[in-house]
Ligand binder design. Structure first.
Ligand SMILES: N[C@@H](CC(=O)c1ccccc1NC=O)C(=O)O
Length: 295
């Protein structure tokens, strides 16, 4: 397995970013930056969950020609009832007690450190899985309620890819009302104020705070969903695509790609890596094809 370089962007053990250089002699300029899911709280789904996908991608000639490096972001997590910690005995740097906006502020801080180190500007693709997809599209909103406005990603990415993503937080809870974990993980990470959930849902905010007005340099949005995903349903992509159609209609040359033919289970998409890698390859091909259309 490839060993990434790891950089800290804060004192917590989860405030780290992993960087994997593309193959020796790679000629690309693009960065691919991954935000993992895990319901904001799963201590077993972290930045290294991108490793398998990286291994697959790194053998692909398309990557050699277009990608400079990959990064995968860890961010502080919220408590999980199945892995309790003693708040007195656990050092602060290991405590999983993050609440919105901590997760998103961490992602923004990681992007900032990457920019300071590598200065790739807007030559990057932000890829998120599940709640990582929520944060990927939050990163291109104009304003996310509660989040630090000075920390909003600058510059924003050229392309955003949401894989098995959650874009309307209240809707997913309501769609799975009988299953307690949805309400539990959302309240555990975001608090009980459901109006706040609405104001931070990238598939719900249609006013000037949202993705349509906020993502001015964007060229390509990709939504990927799997028929084998039993925990995130297609309603989520349906709401997000409406916002993205609005975004697309504002500037000529913007592109929205819907890939709804994945087959793997929610976590197998990244765990096996094949389908996540394919989605990223499709994205990079599209970007290369659309290169002549200015940003
Ligand atoms: N493994 C997670 C569950 C999880 O990841 C999840 C469950 C339902 C819907 C979305 C999920 N993850 C999104 O990031 C947990 O232990 O809570």
């Amino acid at each position: 397995m490839a060993q990434p370089d790891t950089f800290s962007y804060g004192p917590h053990e989860l405030q780290k970013v992993h960087v994997y250089r593309a193959q020796e002699g790679g000629q690309g300029a693009l960065w691919v930056i991954y935000i993992h899911g895990g319901a904001y709280r799963d201590k077993d789904i972290l930045a290294d969950s991108f490793s398998k996908t990286y291994e697959i991608l790194n053998k692909h000639p398309m990557i050699h020609n277009n990608v400079a490096a990959f990064a995968s972001i860890d961010y502080r997590l919220s408590p999980h009832p199945n892995s309790p910690q003693d708040p007195v005995k656990t050092p602060k740097s290991r405590l999983r007690n993050a609440m919105h906006p901590d997760h998103l502020n961490d992602v923004q801080a990681a992007l900032k450190v990457l920019q300071e180190k590598y200065a790739f500007q807007d030559q990057y693709v932000l890829v998120g899985h599940s709640v990582g997809a929520t944060m990927s599209f939050q990163a291109v909103m104009n304003k996310v309620q509660g989040a630090d406005p000075t920390s909003i990603a600058s510059p924003k990415p050229r392309a955003v890819v949401g894989v098995c993503g959650i874009y309307d937080l209240r809707l997913i809870r309501n769609d799975f009302k009988e299953i307690q974990i949805y309400d539990e993980f959302l309240k555990g990470a975001l608090g009980p104020d459901e109006e706040l959930w609405d104001r931070i849902s990238p598939g719900k905010v249609a006013d000037s705070d949202g993705v349509a007005s906020g993502w001015q340099n964007g060229q390509l949005a990709v939504l990927a969903n799997s028929t084998g995903d039993l925990v995130v349903n297609k309603h989520q992509a349906d709401v997000m695509v409406k916002i993205l159609e609005q975004w697309k209609s504002l500037v000529e040359g913007r592109d929205v790609v819907e890939l709804y033919d994945l087959r793997e289970g929610h976590d197998d998409v990244w765990q096996k890596g094949e389908e996540l890698a394919n989605v990223i390859i499709t994205t990079i091909k599209r970007l290369a094809r659309n290169k002549d259309i200015a940003c």
